[in-house]
Design a protein around this ligand. Structure first.
Ligand SMILES: Nc1ncnc2c1ncn2[C@@H]1O[C@H](COP(=O)(O)OP(=O)(O)OP(=O)(O)O)[C@@H](O)[C@H]1O
Length: 534
């Protein structure tokens, strides 16, 4: 009885130990996998956030999101699989390979002779498959970006009744992705079939050679059996590895796409450089012989030898017909792009020497035509202008921006959540929340890029009042579409093809009867027509 109990206890101990090791191994692996994925996502997101604006002019949001989600996921899965099954298979191959050597060095060496051919073929096929995998992943990312664009612009899609066209476009891209993935599957299948053929060939070769060696009494039949068993274990492990190979190809492709952006250096730093202390910041802005073309369209020069002086505390308006470079002037002051030639200075300091995060975060307030709000409360949206501002500071900024009254009229007041991109508030309300947000940082320089052009007449008056309120005592650059809003500016600059053609006050420019006068007349005619049309 005692003799039976002993092996049973041993077995139980072994099973318990095996369960413990299985638990530890799976848990550890999932911890490592999650840590790797989290680290990658974090680094990738940080790197994307720090890229130049020109990078975002080129990339589609959906593709970037795809790299952050699917690609990191594919890399993590492949990583976990390769570590778990890959390590086990490699250990088995090493162990059984050693046994093979011990049993018959002669047979083992003969088998090893064909290994280099297999490695070379495998490497060639591997690089081909990696390319196929990269193409398939890029196509999947493109498909996601098209879907994402349609969903996030659903109002425009609906307004143009383009649902079917969007579905069709999405399906086309999806089918292309599926075709590329099928081609990849074909390649991986071919690779695995080839591997199996080779492995079975190895068994046959062993039998053939073994038979020869037994007949010459060089090895015993027992040795042949042991050799076959070890060969088959190696065969199973190699089959396992070849199955893993497909996953590895996908993982490497995904990893390459993730690391491509992690390792991408932006040409413009986010932080670092001079800061002008608030009490000595005057707010003079000067464009000195600036020439600029967008990095994505280098052959189209938008500004050529552009000179402009924005005196501290004054309001300068830039007018001109569409596409003449007005918004570009604003983007350059914000240093969204660096000028190609010349310089832009604030109080005589080249903005390239200034700390960009100070420049954008403290020195300049920017309000554009369609300000974007985040899907959080109004309080948090305004606080975005100065993280750490107290509730009272936020409310004061909202009062100055004529926003306090309507915010309080909402049942949930400042806690009202505005929906994605602020869809649940009106255009004028969104604009005033954005003004409060820009105002909270108390900027010396304010840029208003067509800030009222998207509003109806009534909202425009309210928002214009808020803007007049907040403009006092600051250097203001107004990019104007409606000429009526800039009549009181200290100086109006008329831009044509990136060159200043007229400059002066509203009255002096009108008296000149030049381009500005023409623009006013054009606008009056179009306003009369729209009034007549009702
Ligand atoms: N991100 C960009 N990448 C490449 N080209 C651009 C970019 N933004 C604007 N452009 C081009 O630069 C030129 C000037 O554009 P800009 O937006 O400055 O004109 P604008 O006078 O503000 O026009 P609008 O009154 O219609 O807003 C245009 O030809 C435009 O197509």
């Amino acid at each position: 009885m005692e003799q039976v109990k002993l092996p049973v206890f041993r077995l139980i101990n072994m099973y318990i130990a095996q369960a413990c090791f299985t638990f530890i191994y799976i848990y550890l692996l999932s911890c490592i996998g999650e840590k790797v994925a989290t680290q990658l996502k974090q680094e990738l997101f940080e790197s994307i956030m720090k890229q130049d604006i020109a990078f975002f002019d080129q990339q589609r949001t959906g593709e970037l999101v795809n790299r952050l989600t699917s690609d990191v996921q594919d890399f993590k899965s492949a990583f976990k699989l390769c570590i778990s099954q890959g390590l086990r298979s490699i250990m088995q191959i090493i162990g059984c390979g050693t046994s093979l050597f011990l049993i018959s060095p002669q047979m083992t060496l003969t088998m090893l002779l064909i290994v280099p051919t297999v490695i070379v073929t495998g490497t060639l096929l591997g690089s081909l498959l990696r390319k196929l995998s990269r193409d398939a992943q890029a196509q999947a990312a493109k498909t996601t970006s098209i879907g994402e664009e349609a969903i996030s612009n659903i109002r425009t899609v609906r307004a143009f009744a383009m649902e079917n066209e969007e579905c069709e476009l999405f399906c086309q891209q999806l089918e292309e992705a599926s075709r590329l993935n099928q081609r990849l599957g074909f390649g991986i299948g071919l690779f695995q079939a080839g591997t199996n053929l080779f492995l079975n060939g190895m068994v046959l070769a062993t039998l053939y050679m073994g038979g020869y060696l037994v007949s010459n009494n060089q090895v015993s039949p027992g040795d042949i059996m042991s050799f076959l068993v070890a060969t088959q274990t190696i065969q199973r492990s190699l089959t396992q590895l070849s199955l893993l190979f497909g996953q590895m190809v996908k993982g490497l492709g995904a990893g390459a796409r993730v690391f491509e952006f992690i390792n991408l250096e932006s040409s413009m730093p986010i932080k670092g450089g001079k800061k002008i202390p608030y009490h000595s910041l005057v707010g003079d802005v000067t464009f000195n012989n600036v020439t600029f073309a967008y990095p994505t369209r280098p052959q189209q020069v938008v500004l050529k030898n552009f000179n402009l002086y924005l005196p501290a505390g004054k309001t300068v308006a830039i007018v001109g017909s569409s596409g003449n470079g007005k918004s570009t002037v604003a983007a350059l002051v914000e240093r969204f792009y660096d000028v190609d030639e010349g310089s832009i200075t604030i109080d005589g300091v080249d903005i390239r020497e200034l700390d960009p995060s100070w420049l954008r975060g403290n020195c300049i307030g920017f309000i554009n035509q369609e300000p974007v709000l985040f899907a959080t409360s109004i309080m948090e949206n305004i606080r975005y202008g100065k993280p750490g501002a107290s509730d009272n500071e936020v409310i004061e900024a909202a009062k100055l921006a004529n926003a306090d009254e309507f915010i309080k009229s909402f049942p949930e007041g400042y806690s009202t959540v505005v929906g994605e991109r602020g869809v649940t508030v009106s255009g004028g309300q969104k604009q005033r929340i954005a003004i409060a947000r820009a105002l909270l940082k108390n900027p010396r320089i304010l840029i208003l890029d067509e800030a009222t052009s998207a509003l109806d007449a009534e909202s425009e008056t309210i928002v214009q009042n808020s803007l007049d309120n907040v403009s006092r005592g600051r250097t203001v650059l107004v990019i104007a579409h409606r000429l009526s809003t800039v009549q009181n500016a200290d100086m109006i600059v008329v831009l044509h093809n990136g060159v200043i053609v007229e400059m002066g006050t509203h009255d002096s420019l009108k008296a000149q009867r030049g381009l500005y006068w023409n623009l006013i007349r054009q606008q009056e005619v179009s306003e009369n027509i729209s009034r007549a049309l009702g």
